[in-house]
Write a protein that binds this ligand. Sequence first.
Ligand code: ZN
Length: 196
Amino acid sequence: MSHHTNGHSTHPATLDVIAGPMFSNKSLELIGRIRRVQYAKKKTLCFYPETDTRTEHETIGSRSLSKPEPAIACKSARDILQHITPNIAAVGIDEAQFWDMEEPELLGLVCLELVRKHGINVKVAGLDLDASDKPFEVVAFLMAIADRVTKTRAVCVQCGSEYGSRSQRLVKTNARTLVGDADAYEARCTHCFEPH
Ligand code: ZN
C-alpha cells in the first residue's frame, strides 16, 4: 500500500486564518500550530514577506521565542509555489497584511491553490485592521475564503480589557504600514482605540 507522508489522502486540507491586532501573539499561535504538525513527523514550510523588516533573518516569531521558526522570505505570494515539494504537509505564512498589497487577492488565491491542488494545510496569520480602523484587504479576503478564522486578542494597555482588538499607533505618520513595535504601537480595546 502506498504511503502518503502528507496525509491529505485521508484528511482534506484546510485553510486556517489567525487574525488580530499587534501584541495578541498571532505569530506564536501560528508557530504553535506548525510545530504540532512537526510533532507528527510531517514536513512543514514557513514564509514571511520580504517587506517585514522586523523579522529576524529567515525566521518567524523571533521576538517572542527562544527558538524562532525557520522561514523563507518572499517578494510575492507567487514565489511560495516555487518552494513547494510533494512531501509538505503544512505551510505557515506570517504577516499576511504585507503580502502583495497592490494585488490583495493574490495571497488568498495562492493559499487556495496550496489547499486544493497540493492538499497542503495552510495556516496564515496577519493584522486584520490598520491604524485607521480599515481592514487590510489581503487579510479581509483571506478571512472570507478561510475554512476557519481565529481572532487573537491582546490586553488593552488603557483599561486592561482582555479583548484588545486594535493596534493603537503612538507616533504621527501617514504611512499605512508603519513597521514598528512597542515603540510605535500599543494594544487597545475597541472603546479605548483612537483612529489615526
Ligand atoms: Zn480599553
